[in-house]
Design a protein around this ligand. Sequence first.
Ligand code: CA
Ligand code: CA
Length: 506
Amino acid sequence: MKLKTIIVLSTALCVSAVGLSAQEAKQMEQLQQQLRQMQEQFEKQQELQRQQIEGLRKQIEALQKNQAAASSEQEKVRQMMERPIAAAPPDTAAGLGKKPWRPTDPLRVFGGQQSYMNISFDGLFAMGGSTARDIEGGTQLGGHDPTQRGFTLQNLELTFDGAVDPYFRGQANVVLQIDSAGETIIEAEEAYLETLSLPGRLQLKAGQYFTEFGRHNPTHPHTWGFVDTPLVNGRFLGGDGLRNLGARASWLLPTPFYSELFFSVQNGHGETAHSFRNGHEGGPFLGRLHTVNRVTSPGDFIFTPRYAASFELTDAQTLLLGASAAFGKNGSGPDARTQLYGVDAFWKWKPANHSGGFPFVSWQTEAMLRKYSAGAFNWDLNADGILDPGEQDGDGDGVADILPRELLTDYGFYSQLSYGFRPGWVAGLRGDYVTRSRQAVYEALYGDDADRLARWRVSPNLTWYPSEFSKIRLQYNYDRRDRVGTDHSLWLQFEFLLGAHAAHKF
Ligand SMILES: [Ca+2]
Ligand SMILES: [Ca+2]
């Protein structure tokens, strides 16, 4: 429109340029000035619009570039997820990379061409209550058991595992907990590597790991058939199970059935060596205070042999049998030693026409015997011959007691039955029993020790697995302790899993 005005004015000036009066000349000058102004204005606006157009064009270009980069990045990730792991060890990674990734597959991080890492996360919670006044360490012996009325965080477990290279696989389980005081605890539960290709049917494992003693000890809480740890495990192997830094060799025997020998050597001190060189936080254990040094000689290690074998009884029935022992020093005296023995059995029926593992019936049982050679102990802690506060005088003669060396024998078992009666539904029943062989000298002085007294427990439960990545379990414990009485506990457990490492198998 402005351009049109300029053209009209210019034409008018040209046509009337002949025979002008003075007034007309002045008018023409004004019109010429007006024309110049409008021309300038027009050029300015043209320049402004050109700049605006150029700006918009640049913005569009930048957006197009970003979009291209994003889709190429997506393509790269997709290709990485689908890339076959050509050189990875056959039994850990074979075929894993050949199918496109699905949400139920492990979260997998690749490192270079040959290795990968699975990441998974498990959240295990409980809520409920008990008539017991001493739930933590009283009715419940496990470090990952429900420990209080209301809610308990049993564990948040982060698992990393994968093929390191063609020779090793590695696994780490990092566990977080919130204790009954509300404090967050972090535990380096396991971190070890295992060989993949040793000759002679041998395998080595080294690092921090659960000792292969029996069936329950080397497992993580989310795989358990019950809310809590069996009493024999809690009493003899400790609330957090028997585990430590060490190395283990295993040999697959050349028998027609599965048959394997294990031998483990681990550090024998610390709270995860409960019946061995454990200081018990400075408090008395089995009547005595325990002193513990670091490893000074190979005699300070825990040695754990184990033998396991399995038999296919029929197409639908499998039986596994095992025997374990653990030998090491304990902290009650300079040469005080502990011997632990265990036998275990697992039987499972699963028909050939099962659907996703259901129906099934499984039975698992373990029995353990502990021989604890407790050292002689003088309760005159400062050796001044006078009874001081903190020193024990059980017989009331005014003199700190001197306990003799004595062998404390304890034993127990648990037995549990699980029946997967319809897909996703499992009914369980467990019986626990644990006791001492006879009253010890220190118990005659100070009273029967709750760590040795007979007790038994019966636990029925019902579990619903909406999928292999979640579960909801209701369990009742009937708990009968000598000298304490009967307690009833009811726990509701719930769990979720992210990543496939920990997925439940039926
Ligand atoms: Ca004294
Ligand atoms: Ca005394």
